[in-house]
Structures are given as structure tokens and as C-alpha cells.
Design a protein around this ligand. Structure first.
Ligand SMILES: Nc1ncnc2c1ncn2[C@@H]1O[C@H](COP(=O)(O)OP(=O)(O)OP(=O)(O)O)[C@@H](O)[C@H]1O
Ligand SMILES: [Mg+2]
Length: 281
């Protein structure tokens, strides 16, 4: 397993590392899980993203930051093919999951979304389903488990999401009868149940109180041991606390990306410095 420590990071030129036999004495960089290349996105004629090129390192947390409307949610929705579900939406450019071009002609978007799970800003358990069924839904959809194996997979997902102890006696209660923080962990369990490799979290703590927020942050720290996590956040402190890497977007373009400590202490671009200092956004 790749240790979850910041290592040399080259956003655009990983090919040199792959090919590089002359770099044996340097620590290996984080393996790259997703590669975004010249990604643009539109809603009708309105362009929301322009030519984004970015690498997402494996088994680490990458934060996407930037002011409201800069394209953070659009970007993460392009990473698991949710963007195309909006009427009139389109994209150009490529996104790779390992070596798979997720927009390739033979690729099933449902399978992409199984491998790249998502949790949204507002907890959105299926309102007519029980706690159990909310977690089981993806396992049933993909025919991944039945009977005892299904029950075990649901338990394991709830445990990973830090919710099992609180709901073990009430699995048949409605998912929406839980508290907001519990509902968000239920959504995390639902996403984890189908064993995704990447988790996209779009402001997962925005509607939560500080205690629930800390709980989710602790879970994210644990999850990055096994998963690649991309988190959109408005909260600069949250990015600083959680993220190994940070990408700063402005008006649909990527201003800069790199190890969080470097971006926060020595930003390469004046606009990043101004944003981090609270001068706009
Ligand atoms: N469904 C949609 N239809 C049309 N335009 C949209 C849609 N969703 C987003 N946009 C537009 O795309 C641009 C980027 O929006 P996006 O939601 O990605 O920004 P964001 O950075 O996530 O903002 P916020 O921080 O407020 O969530 C904005 O100009 C927005 O108005
Ligand atoms: Mg958003």
C-alpha cells in the first residue's frame, strides 16, 4: 500500500515518473488514480469548465476549492459521468480512471459510478427506504450480494461509515428518520457498499453541525488508507486539515494544484494567495 504522506507531486508529467529509471533514489510519487485532461463542460451555451488538466493521486485526499460558481461541483460530476444527466449538458476532453477512459465508447456509466461513488452536499437517503435498504440498494442493483452475504455487506458498509453502532437495532427504520449527521454517514455507507475505488464528496459537511463534521472528517482520514478521495469544500480550514493535495478553481479554470502545504504556504499564483487570504470569494 502507498503510505498516505505527501510526496513529490507532478500534476502533469507523470509519464516521466513511469518511464524514469534514472530517478531510483527519489521517493516514488503517489500513484495516480485519475487523470483529467483538457476537460471542458457546458450547460447549454454556458461554459462552466475550461480545459482542466489535473491528476488525482491514489489513496489520498484531494480538495477542490474556489468561490461559489467556479465549477467545483461540475468538475466532480464530470468525474463519474453525472454531468451528462443534466439536460443540455455536454463536455469535451478526457477523464481516465487508471487506464480506463471513462468516456470511451464502450464504457457503461453505471459501472463508472459504481467504481467512483459520490456523496452530495445535502444528505439524500431514499425517503421511502429503510436504513438497511438504503445501503443495500446498490448491491442489489449490481447483483453483488443476496441473503446472508447482503446483510453482511450492509453491516460492513455501515461499520466503515461509523454508523453501525448507532443503527444496528433499527435497520428497518426509515433512513430519513435519522439525524442529519447520521443521514450523511448513511449516504457514505450507501456509496461504500458497492466497493468503489474513488469517493467524490461534494461539500459533504455543508449542512452538518461541528461534531458531525469532525466525525465525517475522521472517517475520511480512515478511508484514504484504502480509497482515493476527492472533496469539494468551501471551508479553507477543512481543506488544510484534511487534504494531501489541493486544487484551486476560478471561473471554470484551474489556477493551480499541488500538495496542500505548498499551495497554502507558497502559492504560485497571486489569485490563489488572494483567495486563501479571504480577499474574495
Ligand atoms: N444545472 C445547471 N444548469 C445550468 N447551469 C448550471 C447548472 N449547474 C451549474 N451551472 C452553472 O455552472 C457554473 C458552475 O457551477 P457549479 O455548481 O459547478 O459551481 P460550484 O463551484 O460548485 O459552486 P458552489 O460553491 O456554489 O456550489 C455556474 O455558473 C452555474 O451557474
Ligand atoms: Mg457546488
Amino acid at each position: 500500500m502507498v503510505p498516505a504522506v505527501a510526496r513529490p507531486y507532478q500534476p502533469l508529467h507523470m509519464e516521466t515518473h513511469r518511464a524514469g529509471s534514472s530517478q531510483e533514489e527519489e521517493p516514488a510519487p503517489h500513484e495516480i488514480k485519475m487523470r483529467i485532461r483538457h476537460l471542458s463542460a457546458w450547460y447549454g451555451t454556458c461554459r462552466a469548465l475550461s480545459e482542466i488538466t489535473l491528476d488525482i493521486p491514489a489513496r489520498s485526499v484531494t480538495a477542490i476549492i474556489g468561490p461559489s460558481g467556479c465549477g467545483k461541483s461540475t468538475l466532480v460530476r464530470c468525474l463519474n459521468r453525472l454531468h451528462e444527466e443534466f439536460p443540455g449538458a455536454r463536455r469535451a476532453g478526457r477523464v481516465f480512471l487508471d487506464d480506463l477512459d471513462i468516456y470511451g465508447p464502450l464504457v457503461d456509466p453505471i459501472e463508472v459510478r459504481r467504481r467512483i461513488g459520490m456523496v452530495f452536499q445535502r444528505p439524500n437517503p431514499f425517503p421511502t427506504m429503510s436504513v438497511f435498504d438504503n445501503v443495500a440498494v446498490g448491491l442489489r442493483l449490481h447483483s453483488l450480494a443476496r441473503g446472508e452475504a447482503l446483510a453482511e455487506a450492509v453491516r460492513a458498509a455501515l461499520e466503515r461509515a461509523g454508523l453501525w453502532k448507532e443503527v444496528r437495532g433499527q435497520l428497518h427504520r426509515s433512513g430519513v428518520a435519522l439525524s442529519g449527521g447520521q443521514q450523511q454517514r448513511l449516504c457514505l455507507a450507501r456509496a461504500l457498499a458497492v466497493n468503489p475505488e474513488v469517493l467524490l464528496l461534494d461539500e459533504p459537511c455543508a449542512s452538518l453541525d461541528p461534531v458531525s463534521t469532525m466525525h465525517i472528517e475522521e472517517l475520511i482520514r480512515q478511508l484514504k488508507e484504502t480509497h482515493t478521495v476527492v472533496i469539494v469544500t468551501h471551508n479553507i480550514q477543512q481543506a488544510a486539515r484534511l487534504a494531501d493535495y489541493t486544487a484551486f478553481l476560478l471561473h471554470g479554470t484551474l489556477v493551480e494544484a499541488g500538495p496542500t502545504a505548498q499551495l497554502f504556504t507558497r502559492p504560485a499564483d497571486r489569485r490563489t494567495e488572494d483567495y486563501l487570504a479571504g480577499r474574495f470569494g
